[in-house]
Design a protein around this ligand. Structure first.
Ligand SMILES: Cc1cc2nc3c(=O)[nH]c(=O)nc-3n(C[C@H](O)[C@H](O)[C@H](O)COP(=O)(O)OP(=O)(O)OC[C@H]3O[C@@H](n4cnc5c(N)ncnc54)[C@H](O)[C@@H]3O)c2cc1C
Length: 400
């Protein structure tokens, strides 16, 4: 395997770096989990879209650059190295868009993708329900046929960004054989401000409304907002899940940048004679690099990037490998942040509101978010089951 990038790829990297150097705000934007910060991050998406950097791997007709999976990884490396703002459009760009490329209609692509790429429409994922997280197929919200569309009833929860977002996508029970868990599920998109929708924010550890519950009481969805065939939602949702766990959500650039910041922190703050700390820093840096190489290997496999799946490196049989990556990056993220907090001592636990804390309180905020990495996108226990059964061929767990 060739581990060198081509001169053209390096040229692409230089273009990304130059654009980011000229545009990334010198002072970090306010947290995107606040109304003010959400608006500022939406504006940042618009700025990137204007120069076609918001969705580099999408076809040009939808605002992208048709970049290869390798170039998308290069983009992510530069993006995180430049400490560019968090992506408020991530649910749409990383989860819904690959699903639409694979299962949506031409009309849906033309109507939904450009406003998603520009930040005009920010999407929330409405999958989880109070009694349906890991066992998603047990979901109870319904979609009932009505003239020209569907009426939604039910209760979704833990929906990231839904407090301020515009639209959501989720699974609903309805259609043939709807009484059997994986059957009769329909994948639909709906407006979060439509009549019958109530959004109730949920605060996270720092009190900011990073999530929301969504109550649906007879919400009308037109037929054009069904993804794929009614009743086929489970199969389609599994392609979203592979993207969520794989590189489209968490490319290695994020962890490489954190590992670089950790190494810089160690050089500035640590006693070089303390070999225990030095080894922890070295292990984290090596693990970030290992995830980078694993990911490049994954997306370089000929089967990985089908022409109908721009942006994803985990189509087809790569889905189980995405679970492998998910367990690895989520545990790595916690290691990186815990090591940094140990190096910083008590000051590292202060939030950015304190004004003079190291790195604008980024390590403390990053740590609380890293803790959630083993839960969202499917818990690591579920990923380990998938790895055991589909990659290692171990016997299936006995299900109740
Ligand atoms: C930061 C964050 C953001 C999120 N954003 C969204 C979002 O935008 N949209 C959305 O729809 N959801 C979102 N979620 C919800 C997330 O997808 C669920 O929390 C997750 O799927 C787990 O479901 P649960 O919380 O119901 O836990 P449960 O499913 O009740 O699991 C509880 C525990 O039991 C374990 N467990 C359950 N079943 C098994 C099994 N068969 N084998 C072994 N262990 C098992 C689990 O691993 C876990 O440790 C988010 C969650 C977090 C933390």
């Amino acid at each position: 395997m060739d581990l060198e990038h081509t001169p053209q790829d390096e040229d692409f990297r230089s273009q990304v770096r130059a654009w980011l150097a000229a545009h990334v705000p010198a002072v970090p934007l306010p947290s995107l989990e606040t109304e003010e910060g959400f608006a500022a991050h939406r504006e940042w998406e618009r700025e990137m879209y204007a120069d076609r950097w918001s969705v580099v791997s999408w076809p040009e007709e939808y605002g992208g650059r048709g970049a290869s999976p390798v170039r998308r990884l290069i983009f992510e490396e530069e993006y995180h190295a430049a400490s560019a703002p968090g992506r408020v459009g991530q649910n749409g760009i990383s989860l819904l868009a690959p699903t639409l490329f694979a299962h949506g209609t031409e009309e849906q692509l033309a109507r939904l993708l450009p406003p998603m790429a520009s930040g005009e429409t920010v999407w929330a994922q409405a999958w989880s329900e109070p009694e349906s997280g890991s066992d998603l197929a047990s979901l109870r919200s319904t979609a009932v046929r009505t003239g020209g569309g569907w009426l939604l009833h039910g209760h979704k929860t833990w929906s990231s960004r839904a407090a301020f977002a515009d639209r959501a996508f989720g699974l609903f029970r309805g259609g043939p054989a709807a009484d059997r868990p994986h059957h009769g599920l329909t994948y639909l998109m709906f407006d979060l401000r439509a009549p019958g929708v109530t959004v109730r924010p949920i605060g996270r550890l720092d009190g900011r409304p990073a999530f929301a519950e969504i109550f649906l009481d007879g919400v009308f969805v037109p037929d054009r907002d069904v993804i794929g065939e009614p009743g086929q939602g489970w199969r389609i949702a599994m392609s979203t899940a592979a993207d969520e766990r794989g590189t489209t959500l968490r490319a290695p650039g994020r962890f490489l940048a954190a590992a670089d910041r950790l190494a810089a922190l160690w050089r500035a703050a640590a006693d070089p004679r303390d070999s225990a700390v030095r080894d922890r820093v070295a292990d984290a840096v090596i693990a970030a690099r290992a995830y980078q190489l694993f990911t490049y290997a994954q997306v370089s496999r000929p089967a990985a990037a089908g022409p109908d799946r721009p942006g994803t490196g985990h189509g087809g049989d790569g889905a189980a490998a995405a679970s492998l990556g998910k367990v690895f990056w989520s545990e790595l993220d916690i290691r990186l942040h815990e090591t940094a907090l140990d190096l910083l001592g008590p000051a590292g636990e202060l939030a950015d509101a304190a004004g003079e804390v190291p790195d604008h309180g980024r390590w403390a905020e990053g740590w609380t978010f890293a803790l959630a990495g083993t839960l969202y996108a499917g818990t690591n226990e579920i990923q380990r089951d998938i790895i055991a059964e589909r990659l290692l061929g171990l016997p299936k767990e006995r299900r109740r």
